[in-house]
Design a protein. Structure first.
Length: 101
């Protein structure tokens, strides 16, 4: 699970624009495995810049989330039970870099 409540952020109406508005966001996302986990990565068997230079165990999953945000004159709330049924989610553990030892 990952969660945050009323995190202060700055909203802009144009990327890197000059009009900045204080806002808040909240979210809660939970994952549940839907199948068996599989080992992935090659660890130190490949060079450190190789994309396979990690070790991990991952399983397909279903995630469910709630999201909301508010700023001056505008707010939004996600649909209840928003999930990844029509998309993709994965859950697992990974280690890389100095943690491969």
């Amino acid at each position: 699970m990952v969660a945050a409540k009323d995190v202060p952020v700055i909203d802009t109406f144009q990327f890197a624009g000059s009009f900045l508005v204080p806002a808040t966001v909240s979210f809660l996302v939970e994952w549940e495995a839907t199948g068996p986990s599989h080992k992935r990565g090659s660890g130190k068997a490949v060079g450190p810049k190789n994309p396979a230079a990690f070790r991990g165990t991952f399983a397909p999953a279903r995630s469910t989330g709630r999201f909301s945000g508010a700023e001056l004159g505008f707010s939004f709330v996600s649909k209840p039970g928003a999930n990844t049924e029509r998309g993709y989610a994965e859950i697992g553990t990974e280690r890389n870099g100095v943690f491969l030892s």
